[in-house]
Structures are given as structure tokens and as C-alpha cells.
Design a protein around this ligand. Sequence first.
Ligand SMILES: CC(C)(COP(=O)(O)OP(=O)(O)OC[C@H]1O[C@@H](n2cnc3c(N)ncnc32)[C@H](O)[C@@H]1OP(=O)(O)O)[C@@H](O)C(=O)NCCC(=O)NCCS
Length: 181
Amino acid sequence: MTSETPVLREMRWWDIEPVLELEKELFPDDAWSRGMFWSELAHARGPGASRRYVAAVDGERIVGYAGLAAVGGLGDIQTIAVAREQWGTGLGSALLTDLLRHATAFECTEVLLEVRVDNERAQKLYERFGFEPIGFRRGYYQPGNVDALVMRLTDPASAPATPSASASVEETPVQGTETHG
Ligand SMILES: CC(C)(COP(=O)(O)OP(=O)(O)OC[C@H]1O[C@@H](n2cnc3c(N)ncnc32)[C@H](O)[C@@H]1OP(=O)(O)O)[C@@H](O)C(=O)NCCC(=O)NCCS
């Protein structure tokens, strides 16, 4: 069953298998392993939590996910992904908005990310939120030896909200690698 508007909620360990399916489709060259997701989610709950992982759910299907790490006032977008048939509906923006809201709650003063130099779609998304290019990491994506563009957003609290919200958010309290974000 599908609903018109995906719902955003905290990603939990039982989401890892469907997320892995999407991960392999969307990042065929450098998909994260099951262990990487387990390790990230292990830091997403409890005292000292330093991660926010969010899933977008359409009916019972996971159609997107994203993750943020926050350490010492610095946020890092770890990954962001949307099922191909949902591209261009604003879901990527909704996921990024969620991560930036949590970056603010984690008291991050800046947020960094790496993005493949050939991923123009993702770069445009980040630019719309105020991220600016600050450098390159040569050969960051292996295999393939593709460079990463490093982008930075200062003051995530003042980033624009979702331009056109395409997902509703289940309110959850903030509890606070090679990356895809
Ligand atoms: C990058 C990615 C997450 C973007 O997700 P998305 O859901 O397509 O993002 P959005 O819909 O919010 O924005 C994409 C475009 O749709 C447009 N859009 C936003 N809301 C819209 C709406 N309601 N109706 C129509 N178009 C809309 C946006 O203007 C944007 O266009 P622009 O970039 O030309 O300005 C997605 O393409 C993806 O998963 N790619 C593969 C994985 C990946 O590369 N991840 C990033 C790693 S760094």
C-alpha cells in the first residue's frame, strides 16, 4: 500500500535490509555494507548519541533515507538517498531539512559533506540549502578513483526550510567513514 506523501521517521535496525536494497541500486560502485549501517545506528540512541538517521516511508516501503554525524559542534552529512521514481518530488530536500534541524539540535555550528564531482543533481540540492564548495578530496571514492567535492554550510540553523515539503515528519525527540552525503 502506498500513501501520497512519504512519512519521515527515525531509521531503526529493522530498516537496514530494505535500505541496503536501495543502497545497492543508488550507489552501485561504493554501496555501504550492512555492518556500516549497524555501526552508525549504534550511535543514534541513548546518552551521548551522535547520529541522526531518518527514513522516508511510503506505505510500508522505504523510499529514502539519510544520516548525519555530529561530533564536537561539527556536523557531517553521511548519506542521503531517494528511490529513483521519487526523484524531483522534493523528498531529498525534506530529508536534508530533517538532518539540518537535528544538526541545530546537536548544536553544530557548521555542517560538511562530500559529494562526487560528477553528481550535479546532489550538488544542486546542497547549494539550494546554502552549502558552498570549499575543496576537493582526490580519489576519495574507490574503486573508480573519483574525486569528492567538499561542501560546507555555516550556521545550519539559518538554512532555508524545505522549499516544497513533500513529506510529513513524525516528531521524534532528537537523540541525537567514507560518506555519501
Ligand atoms: C540526490 C538526491 C538525494 C536528490 O533527491 P530528490 O528527491 O530528487 O531531491 P529534490 O526533489 O528535493 O530536489 C531535486 C529537484 O527536484 C525539484 N523539486 C523539488 N520539489 C519539487 C516538487 N514538489 N515538484 C517538482 N520538483 C521538485 C527541485 O527543485 C530540484 O531541482 P533542482 O535541483 O534543479 O533545483 C537523489 O537524486 C538521489 O538519491 N540520488 C542518488 C544518491 C545520491 O547521489 N545521493 C547523494 C550523495 S552525495
